[in-house]
Ligand binder design. Sequence first.
Ligand code: NAP
Length: 320
Amino acid sequence: MKTAIITGITGQDGAYLSRLLLEKGYNVIGIIRSQYGSNLSRLKYLGLIGKITLVEGDLGDLSQVLTILNSYKPAEIYNLAAQSSVSLSFQQPIGTIEFNVRSVLNILEAIRLSNPAIRFYQASSSEMFGLVNDLPITESSLIHPLSPYAISKVTGHYICINYRESYNMYACSGILFNHESYLRGENFFIKKLIHGALDILNGKEEFLEFGNLDIKRDFGWSEKYVEAMWLMLQQDKPEDFVICSGTSLTLREIVHYVFDKLKLDRNLIRINPKYFRPTEILDIYGSNEKAKNVLSWNYQMSFFEVLDLIIEEEQMNYGK
Ligand code: NAP
């Protein structure tokens, strides 16, 4: 039985990836900050507690990472842990960059020192391409980060490439565009939108406030995107892949879709400039051609289908 270690196992992607790897027969080990402090609600929601092993560890400490690798002897490591919010990164630039970079470096260094044959996946992000010239974004598009979060992800991305090229390790990055689900963090746009809209429906809020709704984003479905992570570690050679839906929608189209679906008055949508970001990408979408061709990753969903699924699950769990 293959062992996989997942960092960030308590997050959206970590929970779905754990479930996928269990289905594929892996022994799944998750590194968490602390048994008591970590939020295990997503793992509980998917019924995964007891089926996976949770190990406490500080990813900022190389000796702790090395000890975990030597104890569990994984074949694969998926590095999903990160301070993952762009807006929070503007308030906490140093913490975001320090953790998101040091954790990648420590894991790769621990792999190099313990067993360089371990396969490594790094969670890179479309945010790396902040100042966009040419669309769609591909694996060779120009990188120009516009936030502390994006800077941390660019650095992690190049550390990963450097370990692959310098030490001949199986290290690769998935450059993922926004992907959503019921398990998405509460501070992210789609989750806030649907939750807020249900609050209006249930009389808990009177209206919803947003920042710039004219920006366009390429959104997808988390459960399908974690499949691509696994596929990346099953190839003959390590490569980086853009994972995306291939089309972008304005946030306004998305907000209108949710309000219309729940039969809410569009006049309850308000714009507040205080939510505008210091720097903002206006339109971004990627090409998933390489992932489709090389990984045989198959993605057909429209984002409206994804919204339907999330709204249904949110309604089922509302108030629980
Ligand atoms: P998420 O739900 O925000 O989960 C982040 C995970 O990182 C959580 O398990 C969290 O643990 C852990 N973490 C955060 N800070 C940590 C720290 N200082 N020490 C240890 N663990 C820490 O993120 P996600 O949506 O699943 O995304 C997974 C990865 O993909 C992230 O690296 C993210 O940046 C990247 N990514 C996501 C998207 C997207 O659209 N979702 C797109 C591109 C890239 P706690 O529970 O203990 O806080």
